[in-house]
Ligand binder design. Structure first.
Ligand code: ADP
Length: 277
């Protein structure tokens, strides 16, 4: 659904326009601040409700909460697919509405649950966003994303066609291509929407390792499902009905007996037990 939503967004005229005096942000450091941000899609239901937080450059935030809590909406506001209805979002202390969108978006990497590949070669898909990238840069990114090996096993290697929406590749392969794509863009801010789909243990390990390389030293907002991400995140923001209701490390939040996070983890543990039967 996230991918479909992004296609919808890409297909529609941008609602968000640059101000005539919008500034070039230059190379950003990646400090992200929400000041009392509220958001509604329809002018009626408040999807985000006075969200405030400050995230330091290089920090990794895991966003958790029930489906519909507002996690995707929150990250979409950072990329400025929509503008906040109230309040403001600042990057390196400057409101994002004062910045040139294109220059800002170029520094925000996005890795989605269902990665968006387009018809074309693997190399073109990796270089998307930086078409001038050389073949050796593409290969370096693929190596760091643990994609090089499987790419080399396909008959045409980097020149292999991925098929419509990447249909000739498996989910785990598409995901590593999109990690390589994010790496080549060298963004300061990263948005991850983690896959929940099951992959085998080896693939899971390779994706995890690739993600660790990708997130190192970048401000990261991860819509987190994997326990490994939850544990590695510097802080977790627990969203409930559009508000950040809890904030802290995995370990600290687990200690809260009646906490929303503790409850979510307990539910997942129960579910895992049922599935294991
Ligand atoms: P989460 O990522 O936590 O599952 P979302 O941010 O996707 O939550 O959704 C929060 C709420 O906003 C949900 O009630 C959802 O139905 C609604 N919503 C999401 N996207 C749109 C949209 N494009 N138009 C209208 N409502 C939306």
């Amino acid at each position: 659904t996230t991918a479909e939503r992004v296609f919808e967004i890409l297909d529609t005229e941008p609602e968000v326009m640059d101000r005539p005096d919008a500034k070039d942000p230059g190379v950003i450091e990646g400090r992200v601040e929400f000041r009392n941000v509220s958001f509604t899609y329809d002018g009626f239901a408040r999807i985000l409700d006075r969200v405030s937080c400050t995230v330091e450059p290089g920090e990794m935030i895991g966003l958790v909460g029930h489906s519909g809590a507002g996690k995707s909406t929150l990250v979409n506001l950072i990329s400025r697919f929509y503008d906040a209805t109230d309040g403001e979002i600042l990057i390196d202390g400057v409101s994002i509405t004062d910045l040139q969108q294109k220059k800002l978006r170029a520094q925000i990497g996005v890795v989605l649950q269902e990665p968006l590949l387009f018809q074309g070669s693997i190399a073109q898909n990796i270089a998307y966003g930086r078409p001038e990238a050389s073949r050796s840069e593409i290969i370096a990114a693929a190596r760091a994303a643990n994609a090089h090996k499987f790419i080399m096993k396909i008959p045409d290697g980097y020149d292999s066609e991925v098929g419509e929406r990447g249909g000739r590749l498996s989910g785990g392969e598409r995901q590593r291509i999109s990690i390589a794509r994010a790496l080549i863009g060298n963004p300061r801010v990263l948005i991850l929407d983690e896959a929940t789909s099951s992959v085998d243990t080896q693939t899971e390990f390779e994706i995890q390792e690739a993600l660790e390389r990708l997130t190192a030293n970048r401000t990261t907002f991860a819509i987190a499902h994997r326990l490994s991400t939850l544990k590695n995140a510097d802080r977790l923001f627990v969203l409930d009905k559009g508000r950040i209701v809890e904030e802290g490390s995995h370990a600290a939040l687990l200690e809260q007996e009646e906490g929303v996070y503790r409850n979510l983890v307990d539910m997942q543990t129960e579910l895992a037990k049922v599935r294991a039967l």
